[in-house]
Design a protein around this ligand. Structure first.
Ligand code: EIS
Length: 209
């Protein structure tokens, strides 16, 4: 079982440039985490995220010296495909990947902040719904929003989710949440930096799927 929290994101340099190789190494641990969530609906999400990572990696490997930072890739694609950009190549893949990363960030932050449904404290539906509404919903038409509802109902209990985050070991909720808070520090800075880059380069699109 892969574990999110063992794979901390690196601290960014002052200019917030994101090293492509390190970024790809770190995010490559995310897809296998879905295997321990226990429902087939997560395999759709897993393959979508995995597809994004594979696409960015394929571009990077064509010329690692040229694509040292994620911004190098996005700018090179803007030059190479002026008509289609930003709906093209790794630029599009990273646009979507960052939304999934933001979803995970908001979900984990909400759990770490202790937001809960007082009637059902072992459900994470309020946390998952918050993450969905802030990170993804506006990019989804009715069909994909329906897939979300299915995923929401298949979401694990909080205790099982925290156990999965803790390599399947029974840990106290507070200990696991302390690890989550630690993980979120560099993770949030990195996700914010990707968002800032898209906004600065005017590379964000808001079409729905
Ligand atoms: C993009 O997908 C492709 O990613 C991109 C390119 O093909 C582009 C073309 O327009 O489309 O259609 C996909 C979209 N991706 C667009 C939808 C997939 C199914 C999403 C179902 C929504 C479920 C919401 C999540 C509910 C989860 C409950 C979790 C309970 C624990 C630790 C949990 C983490 C969950 C993380 C969820 C992230 C979801 C990311 C979905 C992204 C999305 O909306 S390209 O491909 O350019 O690489 O070729």
């Amino acid at each position: 079982m892969s574990l999110l929290l063992d794979n901390q994101f690196k601290e960014l340099p002052p200019d917030k440039a994101i090293d492509t190789k390190l970024f790809l190494e770190t995010v490559s641990h995310i897809p296998s985490f879905f295997d321990c969530l226990g429902s087939n609906v997560f395999s759709v999400i897993k393959s979508d995220i995995n597809g994004n990572i594979v696409k960015i990696k394929a571009v990077y490997l064509k010329d690692p010296a040229k694509y040292v930072t994620l911004q190098d890739i996005v700018e090179a694609e803007r030059e190479a495909h002026p008509a289609e950009w930003p709906k093209v190549g790794a630029t599009l893949a990273l646009m979507w990947l960052k939304r999934g990363l933001r979803f995970i960030q908001i979900l984990l932050q909400s759990l770490a902040d202790g937001e809960r449904d007082e009637e059902n404290p072992n459900l994470i539906r309020v946390n998952v719904t918050k993450a969905y509404e802030q990170a993804l919903k506006k990019y989804h038409g009715w069909l994909v929003q329906k897939i979300f509802i299915v995923a929401l109902h298949a979401a694990p209990y909080k205790s099982n989710f925290l156990k999965a985050l803790s390599k399947g070991e029974e840990v106290k909720e507070e200990d696991c949440l302390a690890n989550v808070r630690q993980f979120l520090v560099t993770y949030t800075v990195t996700v914010d930096a990707v968002y800032d880059m898209y906004s600065n380069l005017n590379a964000e699109l808001d079409y729905t799927v």
